[in-house]
Ligand binder design. Structure first.
Ligand code: HEM
Length: 233
């Protein structure tokens, strides 16, 4: 049995894998948001399109990164669901009946809703990639060219989507949910990786909260800005 398959079957292995995959997914979100924020540069989307084209030009390197990303998402989701099912088997009391534990257990709305927030985020990612990467919900693939180089006008795809109030509402809801998921997730990932020193855990809890708020606010900014502004600048 491979060490990966073995880790999936032990409690400690699962904890370490959820923590590690969660941290790598958070790093992906930070990188994704940094690239997306170039949409706010008032150049009609050129910087964003050039950045996306640069990534596409990486070819096989990008495919490898995408395969790793899919493995990270699926492993994280699989372990998250199985940890929930194991807990439920061990103590079949509905989470909504739990009272806040306060203190170091950090049981709260965010921690109890990890399964539901995670499932909605996973569904969102599937639809989001179908929409923005494969343009499955767009009437056409918009193209543009800079200095004679033709490329997909991804910025236009994002702009058209975020002029639709239903899409803006759905994105806003999911971005808030991502904040809720990360609020508990980042802290919990560090604990799963062994950071249990009582002097460090309050710091990690605060760091988790700050990362969650910054990422959720950053992602929320894009649909709201484009919608309120009536398009890209
Ligand atoms: C306002 C928020 C967001 C915008 C405007 C946005 C925009 C985009 C765009 C334009 C692409 C296609 C990139 C390309 O084809 O090169 C993309 C891909 C992707 N996005 Fe987002 N995104 C947002 C939020 C998110 C969030 C919150 C997640 C995860 C929870 C996410 C996960 C992904 C993934 C996994 C891909 C596929 C990456 C790849 O295969 O290279 N996105 N996004």
């Amino acid at each position: 049995m491979s060490s990966f398959a073995y880790a999936l079957q032990t409690t400690i292995g699962r904890k370490i894998l959820t923590g590690l995959t969660g941290i790598f997914l958070t790093l992906f979100l930070i990188a994704h948001l940094s690239g997306n924020l170039s949409l706010l540069i008032p150049d009609g989307g050129e910087a964003f399109n050039r950045y996306a084209e640069f990534l596409h030009d990486l070819g096989p390197l990008l495919w490898i990164a995408e395969i790793i990303l899919v493995i990270l998402f699926l492993t994280h989701a699989y372990i998250g669901i199985s940890i929930y099912l194991n807990k439920k088997k061990a103590r079949p009391v509905n989470y909504s009946y739990y009272k806040s534990q306060g203190g170091p257990s950090k049981q709260n709305f965010a921690s109890r809703s990890m399964l539901i927030s995670g499932s909605i985020i996973l569904l969102f990612v599937i639809l989001h990639v179908m929409h923005f990467k494969y343009h499955l919900f767009s009437p056409e693939t918009y193209m543009t060219s800079y200095d004679g180089q033709e490329m997909v006008d991804l910025a236009k795809h994002v702009e058209v989507a975020f002029l639709n109030p239903w899409i803006v509402a759905a994105y806003s809801f999911v971005m808030i949910l991502i904040g809720v998921h990360l609020k508990h997730g980042v802290w919990s990932a560090f604990i799963s990786l062994g950071a249990k020193n009582p002097k460090i855990t309050p710091v990690l809890y605060t760091v988790g909260g700050v990362v969650a708020i910054l990422l959720a606010a950053g992602f929320l900014l894009l649909p709201l800005y484009i919608y309120i502004n009536g398009g890209l600048s």
